[in-house]
Write a protein that binds this ligand. Structure first.
Ligand SMILES: [Zn+2]
Length: 108
């Protein structure tokens, strides 16, 4: 049972918060986009995250690192072929965009 840390109310509901996380050292950081469960207190309206939110973030980072170190071979090939047109995009950006695309095609 989740209770509100501010008012102790147990009437807490969850919304899906689309979170943009800047990840990695500047200037090579990327924006990871993931859905984080956000708890909302029905009484005092406090928004807060808990372990589920932390897990969602860890999973997003894990997914990204998996892609980073073992990108799908076709994406890497495509990137290498088109790199001259993508000079402002790193392979990381392309992978992030690819993952977004894949997520959309799963949900639609
Ligand atoms: Zn509350």
């Amino acid at each position: 049972m989740i209770t509100c840390p501010a008012c102790d109310c147990a009437n807490v509901y969850t919304v899906e918060d689309i979170t943009h996380l800047q990840y990695g050292p500047h200037p090579d950081s990327v924006i990871l986009v993931f859905i984080r469960p956000l708890r909302v207190c029905a009484r005092c309206r406090l928004n807060f995250t808990d372990e589920a939110g932390e897990r969602a973030q860890e999973n997003a980072v894990k997914r990204y690192r998996t892609l980073l170190y073992s990108p799908p071979p076709d994406i890497r090939a495509w990137y290498e072929k088109n790199a001259h047109m993508l000079e402002h995009l790193s392979l990381f950006d392309v992978l992030t965009a690819w993952e977004e695309q894949r997520k959309r095609s799963i949900t639609t």
